[in-house]
Write a protein of this length. Structure first.
Length: 87
C-alpha cells in the first residue's frame, strides 16, 4: 500500500471577469468590485490560507492587486469549467 500524503495548501490568486450582481469589496481601495455592462472588467479573487487551513476569500480590482504588489503571487488565468449537456 502507498503512503498517504497531504499537500499543504497555500494562498493563491485567480483572475476572473466581474459578473453582474457582484457585491464584493476590494481589499485595497475598499470600493465595490462592480460589473459594467459595456466594459469587460477583471478582478483578482484570492483564497487565503493561514497555517495550512482555508481562512477567507479576498477580492481586488485588477489594478489594485498590481498596486498591492501581488500579495498572493501572479494571478492564474481563470479556466472555465467545461459544461456538458444531455443530447
Amino acid at each position: 500500500m502507498g503512503k498517504k500524503t497531504t499537500a499543504t495548501l497555500g494562498s493563491r490568486a485567480v483572475l476572473r471577469t466581474i459578473e453582474a450582481g457582484s457585491s464584493a469589496m476590494c481589499v485595497t481601495c475598499d470600493e465595490q468590485v462592480k460589473f459594467r455592462a459595456k466594459v469587460k472588467m477583471h478582478q483578482v479573487v484570492c483564497n487565503v490560507y493561514v497555517n495550512g487551513k482555508w481562512d477567507r476569500v479576498e477580492h481586488y480590482h485588477l489594478e489594485c492587486y498590481d498596486q498591492a504588489g501581488e500579495p498572493y503571487g501572479s494571478p492564474a488565468a481563470n479556466v472555465p469549467t467545461r459544461v456538458t449537456s444531455a443530447a
